[in-house]
Design a protein around this ligand. Sequence first.
Ligand SMILES: Nc1ncnc2c1ncn2[C@@H]1O[C@H](COP(=O)(O)OP(=O)(O)OP(=O)(O)O)[C@@H](O)[C@H]1O
Length: 581
Amino acid sequence: MMQYFTNISGGNVRSLWPMGISAVLDGIVRVLPAALLVDIFNTIYMYFAEPQLGLDTTRLWTVSIVLFVWMFVSYWTFSVQYDRSFYVAYRQAASGRLELAEHIRGLSLGFFNRRDPADMTNMLLSDYGQVETTISHNVPQLISGLILPMLAFISLIFLDWRMTLAMFVALPFGVLLLWLTSSLQERLCENQVKARNEAASRLQEYLGGIREIKAHNVGGERFQRLRISFQRLKETSIALEAIIGPLIMGAMLLARSGMTIMIVVGSYLLVGGSLSLPTFLLFLLVGTRIFDPLTTVLLNYGEMKYSAYSAQRIMDVKREQPLQGDKDINPAGSIVFDRVTFRYNDHAVPALQDVSFTIKPNTITALVGYSGSGKSTVTRLISRFWDVQQGEIRIGGQALSDADPERLLEHIAIVFQDVYLFQDTIGNNIRIGNMNATQAEVEAAAKRACCHDFIAALPQGYDTPVGEGGSTLSGGEKQRISIARALLKDAPIVLLDEATASLDAENESAVQQAINELVAHKTVVIIAHRLKTIQYADHIIVLEQGRVIEEGTHESLVADEGVYCKLWGLQQDAEGWNVRT
Ligand SMILES: Nc1ncnc2c1ncn2[C@@H]1O[C@H](COP(=O)(O)OP(=O)(O)OP(=O)(O)O)[C@@H](O)[C@H]1O
């Protein structure tokens, strides 16, 4: 139970306290009229039983006034409880989502390798929505539904232990039924959530890949995958309802049968003369007051079980350790790979194996090699998107494993080959390089990146909105915008996945010119796909299957007549040859 509250409160159980207290208070206030009504009944009953004593009107008036005041008190306790519940629920849903998104940002990219993006979206939207409903509705009902029977049991047992036992005798069997089947229920919830995520992933894949689906005419096959995932979602949802529903109904019937048992026992004792009518009546009234919230708790049980699984999923992500480290690096120093071995997650084959090299400050170093040789991995490790398993990477003498990941990235500008533009204006997409940049600075960066002219020619200029991922721009235009971003950032280290190979001649020369602007007086690591663009690099590192096989300048490597020389020859022979293919 404690684990449940820990999970749904996002690890902050104390935040539930005000809501819990107000729920208990509200519950107690709600049960009070039962006792007062019994008192009124008792007063009238006494008048008929012993008319010579007369009707105790003072008592009737007092109780009526208390009942009148009670109306206001109950309104107040209910509104406090309502307020508290929704406050905690919305705080949890809004700031909890943001906290989780912020936490995720601090995780290594290895985490994203293991998780499906649709699963994460579901978690941030559906799972939090589920937890929000639980906190605002189910938890207050759960608290009053559990506390009230306990309080009632403790106070009624002194009044008449036989009636109290009769009232509660069946309740443990209802609880036992739910407890014994709890692992089955958890499995059903888990299956349903997995099927829901799978369906969301397939849908995302279908919509995201609609261009490829049309181009390759594979709609039928992809649609079949989508259909199967929705079929599975339907099956798991039906199984969930079909099994949990009867279990809850069974538990509810068992719990409520306590009322029937109590009435039978009460009638027997009443006839036998060992129970007074007012006491019997009190038990009847309190019984209905207690079993109603308890029934609501049981009705909500399935939903709570489901939200427990949602909360568990959120907590699992929260428990993922972000990258540690608080040291700053000296970006003016060398970048050193010292016997680095790295594998992605649990891959058997390392992406980099015993790799050592030094990149001197303010030089251009090119990484060359066939596709899959580990070039991009080197740049990802310099950015500390992952931590290495063996060896060490140092920048300016500081090991990256102790470096503050956020401060490290302040010193690095990265231009990816597959540029991602946000669904925002072109100006704001460039401004990502420096959120404080003025419009003049944005335009200056765009001019240096050779993209000002095409942006200015657009009807809304820098305020032109870009489709998600940059879908409304050409590959070369996106490349230049991302170079403008990097120029605006003006970081001392530049990591560049050079992508001129896929561009037409005009775009290629514009992008090349932009790159030349970007790399001046910086420590640059460039992933070279066309060797002619890096022949003047200060240092060239040739990778093959995750190992460094050659190093040197263009001239020395050509003279060595090794792999680089072979690649150079091939590219010379066939202009347009792409090393990656
Ligand atoms: N996110 C990832 N998860 C698992 N394996 C990966 C991941 N990224 C790359 N790899 C694997 O690591 C190896 C090196 O990949 P890397 O992307 O560094 O090569 P590359 O030389 O940059 O290739 P390319 O020129 O095609 O971009 C490859 O075998 C690749 O399949």
